[in-house]
Write a protein that binds this ligand. Structure first.
Ligand SMILES: *[C@@H]1O[C@H](CO)[C@@H](O)[C@H](O)[C@H]1NC(C)=O
Ligand SMILES: *[C@@H]1O[C@H](CO)[C@@H](O)[C@H](O)[C@H]1NC(C)=O
Ligand SMILES: *[C@@H]1O[C@H](CO)[C@@H](O)[C@H](O)[C@H]1NC(C)=O
Length: 615
């Protein structure tokens, strides 16, 4: 009796001790259980079909009548979507004559046929190359040639962009097809009618007989801060793993997702679309983000899950308050890049929405999820993950722009609570497939002999910090720090301070080169709150009180709007390029003199560049 009692007490006490040692024990456990369940589901889906179709086909079998995509008041069920993708697949196979292993480029904005086309290409064992719908001319040709696609499928509204480069396309032997009804023109054929007439019966799985989960499913273009886009190769396995993200974040089968992020990017396609197919939920698809329509759409469609990225949440917070701000059913927001202050403001204003911040790169092999919901963290370490996909935070020299190595030539892990470069061990379970036709860039992302001789890691380029509870914090992206007078300046930190100034609405901080000076000096592009002027003296007072001299923006540029990339990140490269020359910049410019911010003049500019003013 006593023995049984002891055992029972032990069983009760062990979790208690664990709990006391780790206040997040039960949430960690809950997450681990969910992860295992998702892992088991993954095996099952792979068996159903060894490609990212696995999850989708499973849901088609399970609930063919359930709404899958709702777009501009038309609803398509899972069964209909399957049928429509079969039609597209048939036309591509018989008429366009693509076959397993071919790469086919898709150039379209968010619309349902985009989804059917990607499903169709997977059904044929082809690789879809998802072109950014904003690229034109040279970039368009570059992206096409890096993936080697010989077939280009285009949406009618982007046809002009293709016609512009038609001679070059013909020369490269690229055939162009429009996806819907549209009159044909020189070199462009319309598939609309053929698709409507095709049978919606499944195509033979024989057509994709050689496709395995290791086969390439997509090319996604990553918009680097510099240079031309790179095509990251994404396998079916990677897509299936990424699609588990929703399950891990606890998205349920009865949720409704609002998807406005571009499908040509990882967050829209991997997490949004694949995540939705994986969990079998309904997607409210929108062409693009609109602050004014956002909550109306959420109310109209009973949206429960939203996805965000970069600056989106701040855009929503910046809209005028209305009495119906909390009138909606949104219960969760999944994404990455929300700042701690926006997070707090968002929840306070729009109600108790669980924010699930995630971290990961399109081509990367390591990611985190902040499943606890701790404000400001981008993730939480979990023993299970660390075991399955090892990673490390290593010391990094921002001046030399390389990891610091010890006397044996190995990298050095940073202690808990310190900032280090995140690297993910490349292995069978966490592969890095690199970029298409770009061996140099692929090699550049690899780091060798990191902790032991011969190991290879993926260099994320992100500087992170992990605290004693295992919360992961984003610190900086390499390139988002610049050095001035031998000191590191973190652009996000300077921006945070500028945002505290009353008149400043948005701030984008970067470093610019000054002739005759080492490093880069701080500059900030700002937008002002509506109806307000730039208050140079309060900006100066704030900057002087809170920032060390080397971190104070030397130049300020006032813009009507800050330019963002397709993924809603602030664009810096063009601003860096333009520098602080009043001769080429028409926006108002200010210069930090010993008295404060004064309007920039040609005289000051010349004195700086000719060395009469030392900064
Ligand atoms: C699959 O691969 C084999 C051997 O590489 C090849 O003979 C066969 O034609 C391929 N099947 C298809 C459908 O491409
Ligand atoms: C949204 O929910 C309400 C109440 O539950 C229901 O009456 C309405 O039909 C739903 N709307 C949609 C588009 O599902
Ligand atoms: C620029 O340099 C010239 C020549 O040294 C000087 O006369 C002028 O005052 C300087 N202007 C400023 C704004 O420093």
């Amino acid at each position: 009796m006593w023995v049984i009692f002891s055992i029972l007490a032990g069983l009760v006490l062990v979790p208690l001790f664990l709990y006391l040692g780790n206040p997040y024990f039960f949430k960690d456990l809950d997450y681990a259980v969910r992860a295992i369940r998702c892992g088991v589901g993954l095996q099952r889906k792979q068996k159903r079909c060894p490609s990212f179709l696995g999850g989708f086909l499973e849901k088609v079998d399970l609930h063919p009548q359930k709404a899958f995509v709702v777009f501009e008041d038309t609803s398509y069920s899972y069964g209909q979507a399957d049928g429509l993708s079969n039609r597209v697949a048939r036309v591509l196979s018989t008429h366009v004559q693509v076959k397993e292993g071919d790469t086919v480029a898709v150039f379209s904005g968010n619309e349902p046929v985009y989804i059917w086309t990607c499903l169709a290409l997977a059904k044929l064992g082809c690789t879809a190359s998802l072109l950014n719908s904003n690229i034109r001319s040279k970039s368009l040709l570059h992206c096409l040639s890096c993936c080697g696609a010989k077939v280009l499928l285009v949406a009618p509204d982007l046809r002009a962009a293709v016609e512009e480069v038609m001679p070059a396309l013909l020369q490269q032997g690229v055939r162009v097809f429009v996806l819907s009804d549209d009159c044909a023109s020189e070199g462009i054929e319309s598939l609309g009618e053929k698709i409507q007439q095709a049978s919606d019966q499944p195509v033979s799985p024989q057509l994709r007989a050689n496709t395995t989960i290791k086969s390439p499913a997509l090319y996604i273009y990553t918009s680097g801060t510099t240079g031309l886009p790179k095509a990251a190769l994404v396998t079916h396995e990677r897509l299936l793993q990424a699609s588990m993200m929703y399950g891990l974040c606890n998205v349920r089968a009865d949720d409704v997702l609002y998807l406005y992020l571009p499908l040509y990017h990882a967050s829209g396609f991997f997490m949004g679309l694949c995540g939705a197919m994986d969990t079998g939920i309904t997607v409210i698809l929108r062409r693009k983000f609109s602050t004014s329509q956002f909550w109306n759409d959420c109310r109209k469609h009973n949206v429960t899950v939203i996805q965000y990225i970069g600056e989106i949440m701040r855009y929503l917070c910046n809209t005028p308050k209305t009495p119906s701000d909390r009138d909606h059913k949104v219960r969760m927001a999944i994404g990455n890049g929300i700042r701690a202050d926006t997070w707090a403001e968002f929840v306070q204003r729009f109600g108790d929405i669980h924010i699930c911040e995630c971290y990961g790169a399109t081509e990367g092999n390591v990611g985190f999820i902040n499943y606890i919901g701790k404000v400001g963290a981008i993730g939480k370490e979990n023993f299970l993950q660390r075991m399955m996909t090892p990673y490390a935070l290593i010391k990094y020299d921002t001046e030399k722009e390389e990891p610091i190595r010890d006397s044996h030539g190995f990298c050095i892990e940073v202690p808990k609570g310190q900032t280090g470069l995140l690297v993910g061990k490349i292995s069978g379970r966490a592969p890095f497939r690199g970029y298409a036709n770009n061996k140099q860039q692929t090699e550049r992302k690899k780091l060798k002999d990191v902790l032991v001789k011969g190991d290879v890691y993926f260099n994320t380029g992100d500087l992170l910090k992990i605290d004693q509870h295992g919360f992961v914090y984003f610190q900086d992206r390499i390139g988002d720090t610049f050095r001035w007078k031998g000191e590191n300046v973190a652009t996000t930190e300077v921006a945070d301070h500028l945002l505290m100034v009353d008149c400043i609405e948005e701030a984008n901080v970067y470093g610019v080169k000054v002739p005759g000076h080492e490093g880069r000096i701080g500059m900030a592009a700002l937008t002002l709150k509506e109806g307000m002027d730039f208050d140079s003296s309060s900006t100066y007072q704030h900057v002087k009180s809170y920032l060390p001299a080397y971190a104070r923006p030397q130049f300020i540029r006032i813009q009507e709007a800050l330019v963002v990339t397709g993924t809603f990140k602030l664009m810096k490269s063009a601003l860096v390029e333009e520098g602080f020359n009043p001769g080429i910049i028409s926006d108002p410019l200010y210069y930090l003199s010993s008295q404060g911010y004064v309007p920039m003049t040609h005289d000051i500019f010349n004195n700086i560049t000719e060395g009469r003013i030392r900064l």
